[in-house]
Design a binder for this molecule. Structure first.
Ligand code: MG
Length: 453
């Protein structure tokens, strides 16, 4: 079914109903690990605003982003579908010609149909060509960098600095891809405002843009959806003068503390507009911390490895949900949940079920967020680079040892072996067999889309 057909099956609520619809602020940090916030146990980085968001709301301790990389993770978050269904399986580059296909329904397109003002500030990374930009995927407005902040000749050199610290050298050809490309663009809708903008100002400029959108939508009385996708703390790391050198957690800590400040500014704005009782705020990250980047990358706490791997360090992210008066505050939720659950949750809370013909891979989080009951947990499948690498079912994780040896399977009991240290496949052949069958039937249930590059 096409996106247009999906949308035409939805009714637009009358104005009076629209006024009652909750606002949604979805904040997505880039490469922030699940151990990088003080409320998630970081010993030196101070995140008082995010800690308050968690204590005023709920914090999940076993939350998965849908991919260990930026573009696939964002495709899944905004569509509620594994990235293999849209074909956004790899990171998109400034010379990519693909993006999120028009057949996909984003949260923004769904909410726009329900009368929401929609806006994205920050990193898009679902295709930078005009046909893939936010305006074509349900967003009324856009301000930000359409891909990663390291994707230019000027900024990609960060890896030379990282390698130097490790005593390694990177071949000069690593920069070849960027030599003929213009610098990283900062865009307003479809217009490039600047090339290689001063990244020390990005978090502040994104925050200013997000607040301007909130104020504008509030003044018009429209419910709004703000997707604030920060560029930080993806390398190269930049903090403004006000935060630089201030954190005990080094430059990475400075950057995270500025993101925390941004969350505080957003909440102050909502409170001043008396919108905090009618606004759901969600905070997460697109993938685990890139621990291989040494002190340029964050922390995944006790999880194994990080970004771009199929260990849990690649997928787990912080997830905080806050809605004053609606979500019972202060809870810490150990249930397994994922970024795929965001679309079904938002779809239901804003107007009923999503179109019946739309296949969604997550489940509504309402039972745990505000209905005070338990939810049916879904299996979580680990996709990376277009391939199925494993699955999570209850406490168990079945993992393919490597892409080259798809039949070599490892089993971990994640709830008692947090760091995936002990492979217990040999002791649990029945569980391995059941999960292997579940992976096979999941794969047989649909046809993956053509990969976008
Ligand atoms: Mg990322």
């Amino acid at each position: 079914m096409t996106r247009r057909a999906l949308l035409s099956s939805l009714a637009i609520p009358a104005l009076a109903q629209r006024r009652k619809l909750p606002n949604i602020v979805l904040i997505n940090a880039d490469d922030l690990g699940s151990g990088d916030l003080s409320c998630y146990g970081h010993p030196t980085i101070r995140t008082p605003n995010l800690d308050r968001l968690a204590s005023d709301g709920v914090r999940f301790t076993q939350f998965y982003s849908a991919a260990p990389l930026c573009s696939p993770s964002r495709a899944a978050l905004l569509t509620g579908r594994y990235q293999v269904r849209s074909g956004v399986n790899f990171v998109l580059f400034p010379d990519s010609t693909g993006g999120l296909p028009d057949s996909e329904l984003t949260i923004a397109a769904l909410l726009k149909q329900r009368g929401y003002a929609t806006h994205v500030t920050g990193k898009w990374h679902l295709g930078h060509l005009p046909q893939y930009l936010p305006a074509k995927r349900g967003f009324d407005g856009y301000f930000g960098i359409p891909f990663s902040n390291d994707m230019s000749l000027k900024t990609n050199v960060v890896y030379d600095e990282i390698n130097k610290k490790k005593g390694l050298t990177r071949p000069p050809s690593a920069l070849d891809r960027y030599r003929t490309l213009p610098g990283v663009p900062l865009m307003r809708n479809e217009e490039v405002l600047e090339r290689d903008p001063d990244q020390t100002q990005l978090t502040a400029r994104y925050t200013e843009d997000a607040i301007a959108f909130i104020k504008g939508a509030a003044s018009r009385g429209a419910p709004f959806f703000l997707y604030l996708a920060h560029t930080m703390p993806h390398v190269p790391l930049f903090a403004s003068a006000r935060f630089r050198g201030k954190s005990r957690g080094g430059l990475f800590g400075d950057v995270v503390e500025e993101l925390d400040w941004s969350v505080g500014e957003i909440r102050k704005t909502l409170a001043a507009l008396k919108l905090d009782e009618n606004t759901l705020i969600l905070f997460t990250s697109d993938n685990g911390a890139p621990v291989q980047l040494a002190d340029h990358g964050g922390s995944n706490g006790p999880l194994r490895e990080g970004k771009a791997t199929t260990w849990d360090g690649g997928y787990r992210a912080p997830f905080i949900a806050c809605w004053k008066g609606r979500i019972q505050p202060g809870r810490v939720i150990p249930d397994v949940a994922s970024a795929l659950d965001v679309f079904p949750t938002i779809a239901r809370m804003t107007g009923g079920l999503p179109p019946a013909s739309l296949v969604l891979d997550g489940a509504d989080l309402a039972p745990v967020l505000w209905e005070g009951s338990s939810r049916t947990q879904r299996d979580f499948f680990y996709y990376h680079a277009g391939m199925l690498h494993g699955m999570r079912r209850g406490p168990w994780k079945l993992r393919r040892h490597s892409a080259k040896e798809p039949d070599a399977l490892e089993l971990y009991h994640l709830e008692s072996d947090y760091g995936e240290r002990v492979n217990v496949a040999a002791q649990n052949p029945e569980i391995v067999a059941q999960m292997k069958d579940a992976m096979a039937s999941h794969q047989a249930s649909f046809q993956p889309a053509v990969t976008q590059r």
